[in-house]
Design a protein around this ligand. Sequence first.
Ligand code: UDP
Ligand code: MG
Length: 319
Amino acid sequence: MNENTIPLLAIVIPCFNESDGIEETISRLSQLIDKYKKSEIINNDSFLVFVDDGSQDETWSLIESSSIENNYIKGVKLSKNQGHQYALLAGMEFVVNKCDCMVSIDADLQQDENKIEEFLASYKKGNEVVLGIRNDRGVDSFFKKLTALFFYKIMNFMGVKIIKNHADFRLLSNNANKSLLKFEEVNLFLRGLVTLIGFQTDYVYYAHYDRFAGESKYTLSKMLGLAIDGITSFSIVPLRFITFIGFFVFIFSVVMGVYVLSIACFSNSFIPGWASTVLPIYFIGGVQILSLGIVGEYIGKIYKETKRRPRFVCEKTIE
Ligand code: UDP
Ligand code: MG
């Protein structure tokens, strides 16, 4: 990228039931884009894409009406709720080859949109991937902080390279976007994939605000799902862990077997140990069920991947 060329920017915003705050988001991002166009930071054809992830409220009609007023507002409507990662993917697919670079940002204005200027400056210096990193987790609930901490610790333990405090607020050059789209996995965890594509990468720190309106759309089950997808699509450590447990349980049972046999053969002392019989049954039963669950999790993933089903279904678009 030449420092003097003016890039065509696309901003992708996944939205799920965001009608409470989306007008404010549209207006703030429109102002931002106008300002950048005027000061020639971005090309005049730069645009916004709102991806409606199957909202049940007024989100889509609000996107539609603002797209009539402003032709740089575009929309993608998914036919049903697919989840944040897939909504983002739909947006990435929509903008690929239509822009020089794209920025993804949440619809709730929790991420400081003014940092996009820094993203662009970094892009102009030659960085093809610019990742937004949260300064702190001040506004998060104790529960969210705790689960995030736990998640990073587990990922670290599993040997998954993941960038701490990077959500999906990032800039991708068209090239980087194209490369990410080549990963055709159904179990999508973009934050992990972004570290796999390489490219010259830069980091920009941003403040994380309270949600402008509405409630978090990441329910506990969605958060858990994202964490499990993140782990199982990037790491086979849990499977190896089972092998280790299995190995130690096996050694233990051999030792126990020898011990019990030798007592039975060489001593006439009665073994009263109810516990020593029942405990291993519980223990081994528990280990087996846990192991089956983990193996099942991976088999489930393989099952899903082999079907190669479309990862989202787009109902309509506003071009
Ligand atoms: N989102 C989505 N589909 C979903 C859940 C969330 O498109 O199934 C969007 C949501 O509208 C927002 C972004 O993903 O723009 C992040 O979600 P949210 O702010 O609710 O998550 P949190 O910030 O609480 O982690
Ligand atoms: Mg949010």
